[in-house]
Structures are given as C-alpha cells and as structure tokens.
Design a protein. Structure first.
Length: 155
C-alpha cells in the first residue's frame, strides 16, 4: 500500500529536478488516496506521462496530476496537459510499441515510441487500465487506474 499523494509529489520533484523547461508549472492533488502498487513502477509510469506532457506543452503552461478513489476497489490517476492534443483516431494506438501521435514527433521531439507501451504494461500488471482523452489544440489527459487493495489480478 502506498500513498498516491507521495507518488505524485515524488514524480513532480523528479521532473522539476531534470526538466529543461522550468516555465511549465506542475500541480498535484491526491486527497488521501492510497493504492496497492509497486511504487517504483508507478513512479516510472508517472515520470513517463509527465515527461510527455512537458514535451508537448507550450511554454508557460500547466500540467495537473490528480488521484481520486473511484470506488472501494480502484483509484483513478490523471495527468492533464494543455498541449496540442492527439487526434481521436490515434488515441488507442499511441500505446502500441514504436507509435507516437505524429510520425514527425520522433524526429522533432525525440523518443523511441516505447514509453506509453511500457506504461500500459506496468498498469496492466497491476490490474489497472490506461487510456487517453484529448481535444486537438486544447490538451490531453492520460488516465490510469490502480487497485486500492490487494487483488488477485496481479500478474
């Protein structure tokens, strides 16, 4: 069992320590939510999602991380940016290996196209699910769920 607030705080601190764009502000709120998870793997997931949000956000924008209980079984964690967004027809395949929202991103933004596939693997191994919602030109929210107590879904 670990505190979602602690995970969000640690992920934000790690990003702020290495972010070349300090003009992007990151806010978080978890309201006492706890999750049943491997903190190192969830930090890896959060760091990847925050890094992507930073990469695709305009200077001076904000990123919001939230965690809340959905019910007695799972919590929902979200990473929301105000970036350029992802076209609706790309929302599902961005989680496939070697995929990015725009083919030119690997050249202009860097990255291997593996980060979101790794995130999906980690979240799935915890018994959760991960998906994205987006409005082109307004931003993207990455959502993932985690159990809040031990589950027989763990792989």
């Amino acid at each position: 069992m670990c505190s979602a607030e602690d995970l969000l705080r640690r992920a934000v601190a790690q990003q702020q320590a290495r972010t070349p764009r300090p003009n992007i502000r990151i806010f978080y709120a978890a309201n006492g939510v706890s999750v049943w998870a491997d903190p190192d793997r969830i930090l890896q997931t959060l760091n990847n999602l925050i890094s992507n949000a930073i990469k695709f956000s305009p200077p001076g924008s904000e990123i919001h991380l939230t965690a809340r209980s959905v019910d007695n079984h799972e919590a929902l964690i979200e990473v929301q940016d105000r970036g350029r967004g992802i076209p609706e027809d790309k929302l599902e395949n961005i989680f496939d290996r070697f995929q990015q929202g725009d083919a030119s991103d690997s050249r202009s933004m860097g990255g291997t196209g593996l980060g979101l596939a790794i995130c999906r693997s980690i979240v799935t191994q915890h018994g959760g699910r991960i998906w994205a919602t987006s409005t082109p030109g307004k931003g993207t929210t990455m959502h993932f769920t985690l159990p809040i107590r031990p589950s027989n879904h763990l792989n």
